[in-house]
Design a protein around this ligand. Structure first.
Ligand code: UD1
Length: 365
């Protein structure tokens, strides 16, 4: 049996990589084909990840690019349907919660091809997030649901998914994190982060922002940048800027505090090398909440909710929202050493992809 593995946007690439490694390593009898939808296409949002994560060039590039939600989703659907009709896979594996995830799942399901969703069951219960719509809709039609934390199992059961379709396997993104940490220890770091930034600033923080709710609304974006500026007075901040955020910063002409250093989006290893030694991470990313928890790095999440509650109950993550005073209070607390030490969540052990491959091999044979 042959799997179609679908990846489209930056946070997908680090989840697909360990699945490919596990498929190569295990004698599962499963073949595979890699499909890149092209949702992200800039070199720094896509190409550089393929090189660094050891993902082979895609067997098929759908090149859909940017657009409105409907356009982007529709373009993936049209192109991926053609691909499935030309060469019908035994199952389609989708990861995460981006538009490409839902689009590919819908196409497969309507062609009667089983859908496996990796990172299923997470729920923010915030319908204003496009990712929440993608998560709920993808899980509603997926046949094999691979879950990263126990809250996901509870959510899927409550939604009536058959128990036999729900598999708590751990987290492929954390598989990849541990793999890349090993690579980082062996590598000579010649990137700017190691050779310049970390040498100049032994103690620093890292900020990332890209969620539409935070960066598309000028008032919210200004408020968040104001808080980051105040933190930067005591703690130099490096802020790698997502293309969506860059566009909005340019359009609004917002002046940043000079102690906030802007950078283009970083490659995976450079970014890992940066945040793993940070005194504090401030972010609205989903994945970074989990990665900081896995390595015990203090993290403040600039959102009102999270679909990843294990990072709050066991990890180092604190939900601070977008209120200036709340951000400053929690930042001070974290920098004074007030972050709970945290524990690496259950099954975040580097072997999730192997479990997924074993289950798929058994179910599809
Ligand atoms: C998408 C995901 C989000 C994920 C994020 C990570 C959805 C609904 N959202 O959001 O969950 O956390 O990726 O990055 O799928 N752009 C470029 N170059 C690129 C890609 C995008 O310049 O390579 C710009 C374009 O102006 C585009 C905008 O960024 O319109 C937004 O890209 P899009 O893929 O629509 O969503 P993201 O905000 O990246």
């Amino acid at each position: 049996p042959e799997l179609d593995l679908v990846a489209g946007a930056r946070p997908n690439f680090m989840k697909i990589a360990p699945i490919i490694r596990a498929l190569e390593r295990r004698a599962s009898g499963l073949g595979w084909r890699l499909i890149h939808t092209g949702q992200h296409y800039d070199r720094e949002m896509s190409g550089v990840f393929f090189e660094e994560l050891g993902i082979p060039a895609p067997d098929l590039a759908l090149d859909v690019g940017s657009g409105s939600h409907a356009e982007q989703t529709a373009k993936v659907m049209v192109a991926f349907e053609r691909a499935c009709l030309e060469r019908r896979p035994a199952a389609v594996v989708v990861v995460g919660d981006v538009n490409s995830t839902l689009a590919a799942a819908l196409v497969a399901k309507k062609l009667g091809i089983p859908v496996a969703h990796v990172e299923a069951g997470l729920r923010s219960r915030d319908w204003s997030m496009p990712e929440e719509v993608n998560r709920v809709a993808t899980d509603a039609i997926a046949d094999h649901l691979f879950v990263t934390e126990r809250s996901g199992v509870d959510n899927l059961r409550a939604e009536g998914k058959p128990p036999g379709s729900i598999h708590f396997v751990g987290h492929v993104m954390i598989d990849n994190l541990f793999f890349q940490l090993g690579q980082l220890e062996r590598a000579d770091r010649t990137g700017w982060v190691s050779t310049h930034f970390k040498r100049e600033y032994p103690r620093y923080g890292v900020a990332t922002l890209h969620r539409p709710a935070n960066v598309d609304d000028p008032a919210t974006l200004s408020r968040l940048l104001g808080a980051l500026g105040e933190i930067a007075k005591d703690l130099p901040l490096l802020f790698p800027v997502h293309p969506r955020t860059r566009r909005n910063l340019e359009a609004l002409g917002i002046a940043l505090h000079p102690a906030i250093q802007l950078a283009p989006p970083l490659a995976y290893m450079d970014f890992l090398n940066l945040w793993k030694d940070a005194a504090l991470v401030l972010t609205d990313s989903g994945g970074l909440q989990e990665e900081t928890t896995a390595l015990g790095v203090p993290c403040l999440t600039l959102r009102d909710n999270t679909e990843r509650p294990i990072t709050l109950t066991q990890g180092t993550n604190v939900l601070v929202g977008t209120d200036h005073a709340a951000i400053m209070r929690e930042a001070r607390r974290a920098l004074a050493g007030g972050t709970r030490p945290g524990a690496c969540p259950e099954l975040w052990d580097g072997r999730a992809a192997e479990r997924i491959v074993d289950i798929l091999a058994e179910r599809l044979s």
